[in-house]
Design a protein around this ligand. Sequence first.
Ligand SMILES: Nc1ncnc2c1ncn2[C@@H]1O[C@H](COP(=O)(O)OP(=O)(O)OP(=O)(O)O)[C@@H](O)[C@H]1O
Ligand SMILES: [Mg+2]
Length: 156
Amino acid sequence: MTEFTRPLPAEADTLALGCALAGCIAPGMVIYLIGELGAGKTTLARGLLRGMGYEGKVKSPTFTLVEVYEVSRLYLYHFDFYRFSDPQELGEAGFREHFNPQSVCLVEWPEKSNKAAGLPAADLRVVLHVAGSGRNVTIFADSEVGHSCLKRLQTL
Ligand SMILES: Nc1ncnc2c1ncn2[C@@H]1O[C@H](COP(=O)(O)OP(=O)(O)OP(=O)(O)O)[C@@H](O)[C@H]1O
Ligand SMILES: [Mg+2]
């Protein structure tokens, strides 16, 4: 299994990692962002969007459930399922069609939904942990596309 672990002592490091990830992703990818409240999931998404050239505001989708960005000729959907009380809400909210070969999907709190509800498996799982005043990150590749992405990331 391809795996990538790194300490992220400050917010700038989380942003920089997101930015680096932007150079490795491909349309159709699904990236789970996993970690406790305040672990840095939205910060990483912000860095990734910046790395893709998006200059506008990147808000947390906690209340809207999804924020949509059109950037680099693709759609990026940034989901936050924290407020899901039922795993089936993914389908009820009409989110399934956002997972398609032309889009990149970032999913905070994927554990609040499940496969039965139509949540696709991840290509990458980014796992963040609070460590003192900073964070640690481990990224797992769960598909071929994810593996190529991580291999690239390791060379950056
Ligand atoms: N590497 C880091 N070191 C220290 N602070 C960080 C780091 N990365 C992010 N932060 C800070 O952690 C706080 C929470 O970040 P963020 O909103 O991204 O978390 P989250 O995982 O999305 O939380 P939630 O589950 O509530 O959506 C922010 O103030 C951010 O600046
Ligand atoms: Mg968040």
